[in-house]
Design a protein around this ligand. Structure first.
Ligand SMILES: C[S@@+](CC[C@H](N)C(=O)[O-])C[C@H]1O[C@@H](n2cnc3c(N)ncnc32)[C@H](O)[C@@H]1O
Length: 368
């Protein structure tokens, strides 16, 4: 078999992954090649690079067909063949549309020769919105290469990648190299939310610190929500954490929960370092002043000897009989704590707290 050349139009769609390719080779060995490899009249391959390679690998003769249309019809022809055959998601299709839209003259001479399509036409051909194609262009022009690759491979959405592409290269590399795509999405949302304060390297700090944040697993929050009847305020949180906490309002490091007025039903899992004491003191103060109507707070059980913990002994406490696996930002990773935890209940319905929290450990009240 002689070596055939590839026409630039054959590069519009991504190559298969190694795994997909191995599957194709096996299939060709079993059943032969079912779909032909399409050639340009000049003999170059316009569609079927993977099939051609697979036939070579399997030692099987490929079937060829020649495209007899005009060159301006080449791109729509190859797109229609692939869109029907491959199961590409919207983001992957947008990356293809971006590739064939002509606005990047000069950069893509090979394709510019054969495609004079506008972004709008390319969007229509690939059945995606023009806006999605603009996002794809941002990823392709401003993003680091591995960011675009993860969209092309279908792992992350182009909308997520477009947010990331706005940040400095180091931040982009860091996010694009994370294995956990849910974590990438959550961090991108966080960056988007805080975008007005983050530029020039600060984002990387946020990514790093957010990675180190430990959030409360849902089952404890479900119990707290049950006891409180809902959470009006989480004074120490982040947009990502609040997806699970589901508080009607929350404060973050940016607006500083310690500087805000607290009211209603509060959930509190304070930040670490020297802050738990300050948050707990404010909680007790706001509760005793009647601003906070009820609250569940979660702190380390190895803090019971600190000065700031002492006021909590006046309330119902639940000492966990296990170590809570606090999920990291993306929630899939877990990290077993090196210590137990204690929940404190400040509110009018101690029985509800006992019923809901006994399954997590011993609920105690100070004798004197
Ligand atoms: C241990 S996490 C708990 C998050 C969430 N409340 C939960 O239970 O899953 C503490 C959160 O407080 C945020 N934080 C740090 N300093 C803060 C401040 N001064 N005001 C409000 N939130 C702050 C951190 O960014 C982090 O998201």
């Amino acid at each position: 078999m002689t070596d055939l050349e590839f026409h630039p139009v054959a590069g519009i769609f991504p190559m298969m992954t190694e795994l997909e390719f191995a599957g194709l080779v096996a299939d060709v060995r079993d059943r032969g090649l079912l779909e032909p490899v399409w050639l340009h009249r000049d003999g170059r391959i316009i569609d079927g690079r993977n099939r051609y390679r697979a036939c070579r690998e399997a030692g099987s003769d490929p079937k060829f067909r020649t495209f007899e249309g005009k060159d301006v019809e080449l791109v729509p022809f190859v797109v229609s063949l692939n869109v029907h055959r491959r199961h590409l998601n919207e983001s992957q299709r947008a990356m293809v549309a971006e590739k064939i839209a002509n606005a990047r003259q000069g950069e893509r001479r090979d394709l510019v020769e054969i495609s004079t399509m506008t972004q709008t036409d390319a969007a229509e051909l690939l059945n995606v919105s023009r806006e999605t194609v603009s996002k794809a262009r941002k990823v392709a022009t401003q993003g680091v290469p591995e960011l675009a690759e993860r969209v092309i491979s279908g792992e992350i959405a182009v909308s997520t990648a477009a947010i990331i592409a706005d940040f400095d290269e180091q931040t982009q590399h860091k996010l694009a190299s994370m294995e956990d795509t849910r974590q990438i999405r959550a961090l991108a949302r966080e960056l988007d939310h805080q975008e007005f304060v983050l530029r020039g390297g600060v984002a990387l700090g946020l990514v790093a610190s957010t990675e180190n944040e430990w959030y409360t697993p849902a089952r404890y929050l479900d119990a707290a929500r049950g006891v409180l009847g809902g959470i009006d305020l989480d004074p120490a949180s982040s947009p990502m954490a609040n997806e699970i906490v589901q508080a009607a309002a929350f404060h973050t490091q940016t607006d500083d929960g310690l500087e805000q007025a607290w009211k209603g039903r509060v959930w509190l899992n304070p930040p670490y370092g020297d802050l738990p004491g300050k948050f707990v003191a404010k909680l007790v103060e706001e509760y005793e002043a009647g601003n906070v109507s009820a609250a569940v707070a979660l702190v380390n059980s190895h803090c019971t000897d600190t000065g700031w913990f002492q006021p909590l002994w006046d309330y119902l406490l639940c000492f966990t009989d296990h170590r809570i696996d606090f999920g990291s930002a993306g929630r899939e990773k877990t990290s077993t704590s090196t210590h137990g935890s204690v929940f404190a209940y400040l509110g009018p319905d101690p029985r509800a707290f006992v019923e809901a929290f006994s399954e997590f450990g011993a609920v105690v009240r100070r004798w004197t």
